[in-house]
Design a protein around this ligand. Structure first.
Ligand SMILES: Cc1cc2nc3c(=O)[nH]c(=O)nc-3n(C[C@H](O)[C@H](O)[C@H](O)COP(=O)(O)O)c2cc1C
Length: 216
């Protein structure tokens, strides 16, 4: 065990990548996010739209998990999930969430905090209908975040849903759809040598975002 932890403690990577100045980042955090997302995809990073969404429960206990961002636009950051899941309950009670994109191979991180709203049924329908049939069936079958007896339990739930929709289009379950995080703060972090990293945050002011440098 001690040896394993020595490996973790002594692991150091020098970040030699180019720096990030206020003049380098776009006026729009959304445009800046797309620029970095594209570079992450071009660099061959796995699931460059994956983000850790953190929420707190009614007692203030934080919780986090990875989900896939399906839209990043001026309206916010949208992801899809089960509305009865633990994360959805936490969003219902607190109304807020954070999201972190970690593009570690590029020594980059983007952090967002904001309020969360449900997207419209029409938007959720449109996205659901674009999903592969297996994922559509899975959305109906899985009581996400609930304790289940076994893998077999899940597989028999899937078989039931398959029988129900046999030869039919799978419609969106009413308990499944999109949440949109509406950012009140964005931060773009670029790793630099000697831990003197660059951090540029965007905070709202009147009609526009103000960009500021933060100490690393
Ligand atoms: C790469 C990756 C992508 C994921 N994408 C989603 C997603 O888009 N939606 C989702 O509900 N869960 C997604 N998950 C599963 C979640 O991390 C989590 O297990 C699930 O949503 C239940 O979380 P909860 O119990 O906190 O609600 C993903 C997991 C990984 C590792």
């Amino acid at each position: 065990m001690t040896g394993d932890n020595d490996l973790v403690r002594d692991r150091r990577v020098q970040y030699e990548t180019a720096g990030l100045d206020i003049s380098d980042v776009d006026h729009s955090p959304v445009a800046q996010w797309h620029r970095w997302h594209e570079e992450a995809a071009e660099a061959g990073l796995v699931e460059p739209n994956a983000m850790t969404v953190s929420t707190v429960d009614a007692t203030g206990m934080p919780d986090g998990r990875i989900v896939l961002a399906r839209e990043v636009s001026e309206s916010g950051i949208t992801f899809f999930t089960n509305f009865n899941s633990a994360k959805s309950e936490q969003i219902n009670s607190s109304g807020n969430a954070s999201a972190v994109f970690g593009w570690l191979a590029l020594h980059r991180q983007v952090r967002v905090t904001g309020s969360v709203e449900r997207i419209s049924d029409a938007e959720s329908d449109a996205y659901f209908s674009s999903r592969p049939r297996g994922s559509q069936i899975g959305a109906w079958a899985s009581p996400q975040s609930e304790v289940i007896e076994s893998r077999q339990t899940l597989e028999s739930l899937v078989a039931d849903v398959e029988a129900q929709f046999h030869d039919k289009e799978v419609t969106r379950p009413p308990f499944w759809g999109g949440w949109r995080i509406i950012p009140v703060r964005w931060e773009f972090w670029q790793g630099r040598p000697s831990r003197l990293h660059d951090r540029i945050q965007y905070v709202p002011s009147e009609q526009e975002w103000v960009r500021q440098r933060l100490a690393p």
